[in-house]
Each structure stands twice: as C-alpha cells, then as structure tokens.
Design a protein around this ligand. Structure first.
Ligand SMILES: Cc1cc2nc3c(=O)[nH]c(=O)nc-3n(C[C@H](O)[C@H](O)[C@H](O)COP(=O)(O)OP(=O)(O)OC[C@H]3O[C@@H](n4cnc5c(N)ncnc54)[C@H](O)[C@@H]3O)c2cc1C
Length: 418
C-alpha cells in the first residue's frame, strides 16, 4: 500500500477470510455437503496463497502451487483429486477469482481451454504417450498452455478462419497468424485450429497441439486491464507438426471447436461470478463500517438499495450458473448415455449465463465503486484491480453480440415449434 488512508478498523475487516465467510453465507444453501467441503478446501488454499499474490508480478509462478493441490482444473478426473465435474470446476473458478481473477483466467486458459482439448482427444482416440505427458505437465501447472482460435481478421466470425494447413507426408504445415492468445508469450503448448480449405472450413478444420519449439513465434500485446496476464499475437510460418500431435483431423476439428466452447464459456462465467462477489462483498463490508453524517453508510437508502439491487442480480446469476453446471454433470458429463437434447440446451443457455454475468460484473464493479467513494479508486482496497478485470469479461469467449446472436437463433425456432 503506497499510503494508507483507510481507517484501521475498516481495514481489519476487509480480509479474504471475511469475504469468503460472506460468500459462503450466500451460496452454501445452494450446495451439497461435498461441494461445501470443496469450497472450504479451496478457500483455505487461497487464504494461504494470498501473501504470494503480488499486484505487480505475473500470475504464472503461482501455477505450480495450484497444480500441487490439483487446482489447475477439476472438470475431468486427474490423478486421485476429488471431487471433480463441471459444478466443482465452477466453484473452483468462483473462489479463485475472488482471490485473483487474473490468476484464474490464466489458469483456466491453460487447463480448461487448452488441456480440455487433450481430455477430449483421449475420449475419442486411443493411447498417445507424448500427449499424455503434456496433459500431465499442464495439469500439474509445470507447463503453460494456450488456445489459438481468433485471428486478426476473424474474431466473431472465427469459423471462417484463414490459418492454412497443408499435408506433407506424415505432417501438417501451418501458416497463418492468430491474435489475442491468452498466455501466448509464456506458453509451452498451443492448441491451434487451422483449415485445409478456406472455402470449406467446417469440412476441413484441424485441431492440433503444437509445442512452442516447433517454431511458433509470439509477440506480447499490451492489455492494460489485465496486466499480469500475457496475451500474444501468434505467428505460424511453415510450422511443421508431426501426425502424432494432430488431435482432430479433416473436419473433426470443427466438432471439437464447438465441444470446447461449452466448458470455455462456463468457466468464463464462473470467473465473472467471482469478480461480482469479490467487488460486492468488499463493498458490503466497507459500507457497513464506514460512517458519514453519524451513521453507517449502508443505512442510507441511496447506498443500501443499490447494493441490494446488485446482490439480487448476483445471486440470480450464481444460481443460474451452478444450475447449468449441475444439469451438465448429471445429463451430459457423467451420464451413461449423454442427452443430445440437454447438451444442445446447455450450449444455448451458457450464452445466456455468459452474456448476463459478463455485463453484470462490470456493472457491479462500477456501482460498488460509486457506493464506496474515493477509497475504492486507491490501492487501499482491491476494488479498482477487480474493476479492471471486469472490462475483459464481455469480450473473451465471444463478444456480447455473438452471445445475443446465439440466443436470438433459439428465439427464431419458435415458429417451427408452433
Ligand atoms: C483479453 C483477451 C483474451 C482473449 N483470449 C483469447 C484466447 O486465449 N484465444 C482466442 O482464440 N481468442 C481470445 N480472445 C479473442 C476473443 O474471443 C475475441 O476478441 C472476441 O471473440 C471478439 O472478436 P474481435 O475482438 O475480433 O471482435 P470483432 O469480431 O471484430 O467484433 C467487433 C464488434 O462487432 C460485433 N459483431 C461482430 N459480428 C457481429 C454480428 N454478426 N452481429 C452483431 N455484431 C457483431 C462484436 O460484437 C463487437 O462488438 C481474447 C480476447 C481478449 C480481449
């Protein structure tokens, strides 16, 4: 802290353990005993990790700490870490994001956006020792992964990508450029999409795991709202990838792209929920202990009603997200015969949850800062850091209008139903 202006009595209440206490009060009634115990476990870990979280240092050195406890990812089983599943992953992301939303975003990019492609690969294919080793390296947090979909000219329209693949004996040669590669400048491994034919991307899309040493070049882009995460422009100049690193070939890459989007958008939503609760709870604590005109400011309707409005919206967003996770686990992830109907519903409703939460996270941060006043713009509280991260939530994983486009597509089916 550069210079303390916050009252000592308020500062001593603004602890992470108090934040989790209030968070638990609000969400535990929605959880079963195993889920509650998991929250307590990750919260204990986060409270112990907090002294190592440094606002001026990159997040990456904390990956191995996460990996040691099996906290890089919990969607899929890995080693003996339990519990696992989508709802558990969402709880992991929410809790970690309350501590440090940038760390959580870098984490889930490496372990969900990137490593999930490897889990999907093993789900569909047989043995591959090299890929297995890389999966373990990513899950342990020893190595860093990234995902390359977006290109400079193809953001929202990402399916019509221009990164070209050409077959050459038992290899594929990649040529093209990707942009906004989260973790890119630091990454050891890249899950990369390309096409054999730009005119037929759906039929020819390929998904490949490419180690950096195969010739990938990255240059860091400055993203000032998330300064502790490295984001890159990524170059593929005749990058040769042997057959054994191809995860999905000849159009199967397109199916995997969509398979990956559901978990991706769900974890982004959970990260946004963590941002909402973090900002709101620090605001709740501050306004309960700060007094003006002789009373605690939360008692002024202008302050208390605004926070009440935000609390009701954040609870609704949390309940929706956890419910989607519950249904996904029961009817898709752990089901003997996964329901296609439910998988389709989840793919649509995830866009609703992501759209709603991403917008809400920015609203919550901005409004809480107004209710807290000047202190929230200083380094005496974590509010301004949290607000900064909230700015990227609507863009990552597909911008606002793309979520609305997906939701609107569902609306247009009403005519067929009647
Ligand atoms: C910090 C950060 C991290 C990211 N991490 C990754 C990553 O790890 N890997 C990766 O592949 N990508 C990543 N992205 C890319 C991200 O998914 C894209 O930025 C996003 O999909 C939007 O693409 P774009 O920025 O090119 O915007 P554009 O597609 O150019 O969109 C610009 C505007 O036009 C609107 N628009 C576009 N098409 C339509 C339409 N049909 N109807 C209505 N409106 C439309 C958009 O909503 C937006 O408002 C990241 C982005 C950021 C900022």
């Amino acid at each position: 802290m550069q210079e303390q202006i916050i009252d000592d009595k308020i500062l001593e209440k603004m602890t992470l353990s108090n934040v989790y206490k209030i968070f638990n009060e609000n969400i535990f009634p929605m959880l079963n005993e195993e889920e509650r115990q998991f929250c307590l476990e990750i919260q204990k870990f986060c409270i112990e990790l907090e002294p190592k979280v440094n606002d001026s240092k990159d997040v990456y050195e904390l990956f191995s700490e996460l990996g040691k406890h099996g906290f890089m990812q919990r969607v899929n089983p890995w080693h003996d870490y339990k519990p696992f599943g989508m709802k558990i992953e969402l709880l992991l992301s929410m809790n970690l994001s309350i501590l440090d939303a940038e760390l959580d975003a870098a984490r889930f990019t490496s372990s969900v956006l990137c490593a999930n492609a490897l889990f999907h690969y093993f789900h569909h294919s047989g043995k591959n020792e090299k890929i297995q080793k890389i999966k373990d390296e990513l899950m342990s947090g020893e190595k860093i992964g990234s995902l390359c979909i977006t290109e400079p000219g193809r953001g929202s329209d990402s399916v019509n990508m221009t990164t070209m693949c050409t077959k050459s004996n038992d290899s594929i040669i990649y040529n093209g450029k990707k942009v906004f590669t989260t973790n890119g400048p630091k990454a050891d491994y890249f899950v990369v999409y390309g096409v054999y034919d730009k005119e037929n991307p759906r039929q020819t899309m390929v998904q490949t795991l490419i180690p950096r040493e195969f010739g990938i070049k990255t240059k860091r882009i400055a993203i000032s709202s998330a300064p502790r995460i490295h984001v890159a422009q990524t170059y593929f100049d005749n990058v040769k990838v042997p057959q054994e690193f191809i995860l999905a070939d000849n159009g199967d890459g397109y199916k995997r792209l969509f398979e990956g989007l559901v978990p991706e958008r769900l974890v982004i939503t959970a990260n946004g929920i963590g941002v909402c609760w973090g900002a709101l709870i620090y605001g709740m604590i501050y306004t309960n202990f700060r007094s003006q005109f002789g009373q605690d400011i939360v008692k002024f309707e202008g302050v208390g009603f605004s926070l009440a409005d935000l609390l009701s919206k954040v609870t609704a967003a949390t309940a929706l997200t956890l419910q989607v996770g519950t249904i996904y686990d029961k009817k898709v992830l752990f089901a003997e015969r996964p329901s296609k109907e439910v998988a389709k519903w989840v793919a649509g409703v995830v866009s609703q949850a992501k759209y709603h939460t991403a917008r809400l996270s920015h609203e919550v941060c901005y409004e809480v800062q107004q209710q807290m006043g000047g202190i929230s713009l200083t380094d005496n509280t974590p509010l301004d850091r949290i607000t900064n991260v909230s700015k990227i939530e609507e863009v990552i994983g597909g911008a606002r209008n793309i979520q609305l486009l997906i939701i609107q597509n569902a609306l247009r089916k009403v005519k067929k139903l009647l």
